[in-house]
Write a protein that binds this ligand. Sequence first.
Ligand code: HEC
Ligand code: HEC
Ligand code: HEC
Ligand code: HEC
Ligand code: HEC
Length: 349
Amino acid sequence: MGRKLVAVVLLVGVALVVWSAPDGESDTAARPATPAPGAPTGAPTSCLPCHQAVVDEWRASMHSRAFTDPQVRAPDQADDFRKTECLPCHAPRPVFEYGIEDATRVVARVERRHDGVDCLSCHGLPDGGVAATRPGLTGACRPTLQPDVSTQALCAPCHNQHQTHDEWRASPAFREGETCIACHMPRVLREGGEAGAPRSGRSHVFPGGRHADFATTGFALGHEVRDDVLHVTLENTFAGHNLPTDSRNRAIDLVVTLFDARGAELPPAEGVGVRHPGGETGTARLRFRNPYRSSGDPSTQLPAGETAVLDVPLAPEAARARVDVFYKLQPWIPDTEAHWSTGEDVVLR
Ligand code: HEC
Ligand code: HEC
Ligand code: HEC
Ligand code: HEC
Ligand code: HEC
């Protein structure tokens, strides 16, 4: 019955368009049910007039690239999304439509998939309005207070795919009441372009492992020489979840290289640390990674708040050491192609 009515209205609309625009001019004026002027259609570009700064931040985030990201589209990954089971979280419908529990399934969007995880994926409410952080707001987008938008539960349907929430629940950050957005949505002061007066908000850039400035605040390197052994430590200091978390493509390599007094590299220390394809260089190395399930290898991620130790015996000729941390977007690539790296020189004798 309702469908028929819509069809009739549409037919009348089409008739009106045909009737009113015989010369091929714009048909928008003649459409019935024209949306209110300035009302957003759902695409992030439709939020621009009133939320320019937030849209710009989102464009710089990985959420906006979740569908176009070449790493996701690779043949051995989503294969240009021929693997349709990859669509739900990489081009999602609003998560509030289905509830936001860890176990809730995310459902794929049919339209505008190139927008990836878009504004409405996180803010869209079943009644067509948007989830707001404060009560009593009015605007063309129909903001309604939805306290859950400010909690870790919003992130869970997509991010616990890789157990980030389980790791977080076992972490010191959880015990201190620190949630995902405390770290991943730093406070920003928006100068203008926002609806209403300029005010404090939370960044939609969502920095993660890729952002060296952010990620390097998450761990601490240390070293000590005792009894002809160089003890190198790497501590997960941010303590919000494992290091690295999430994607099984990620790897963090801790590499120690010893040099003699003339600067020549010493040979690898036998049986110290772990070597792997793409990780053959250096005197000793350790890898932190959640491997693919099919490999059967155990996880070597560094849990929140814990410290890993790499003990490198010092040959008599060792005079200097280089300690490096390499962050890799794929596990098999060599150190020279790491996404970012950091490290320190150590004078031994
Ligand atoms: C024509 C202007 C306009 C457009 C277009 C618009 N909004 Fe809004 N939006 C507002 C106003 C006005 C408010 C409430 C006052 C404020 O935030 O200063 C608001 C508030 C919000 C809030 C709540 C803010 C808070 O503090 O909790 C969210 C979320 C939001 N909009 C999302 C969107 C999204 C997503 C789109 C695009 C799909 C969009 N808006 C399009 C005007 C607009
Ligand atoms: C609807 C699904 C969905 C929701 C909800 C969601 N995310 Fe994401 N998030 C993704 C996807 C998919 C990616 C990966 C995009 C890519 O790399 O191609 C991502 C990427 C990220 C990254 C960047 C990782 C990197 O590589 O740098 C961070 C950080 C992040 N999300 C945090 C959050 C937080 C915090 C929340 C909750 C406030 C959240 N996300 C909610 C799906 C989601
Ligand atoms: C239940 C939600 C969900 C589904 C389904 C899903 N992903 Fe993701 N994916 C995510 C989230 C969340 C991230 C972001 C976390 C991260 O970067 O580690 C992500 C990140 C990725 C990344 C890393 C992107 C980058 O730029 O580093 C790849 C690759 C990826 N997904 C591939 C896939 C493939 C292939 C499928 C289908 C077999 C798939 N995903 C299905 C949630 C999902
Ligand atoms: C105490 C701060 C803190 C908290 C709380 C926290 N994170 Fe992180 N997160 C970080 C840091 C630092 C990194 C960068 C190091 C890394 O890649 O693990 C990171 C990295 C990530 C990444 C990027 C992984 C990748 O493959 O690049 C994702 C996704 C992520 N966090 C999601 C979450 C989610 C979801 C929550 C809540 C359940 C959360 N984080 C809670 C600090 C935090
Ligand atoms: C990955 C999930 C996610 C996506 C995608 C997302 N938001 Fe948000 N947004 C949030 C969260 C979480 C908050 C609430 C932070 C808090 O509690 O203060 C928020 C807050 C806001 C606010 C309130 C003001 C502020 O800055 O805190 C506005 C306005 C807003 N979002 C608009 C948008 C628009 C427009 C887009 C698309 C360009 C968008 N959001 C995309 C998760 C998201």
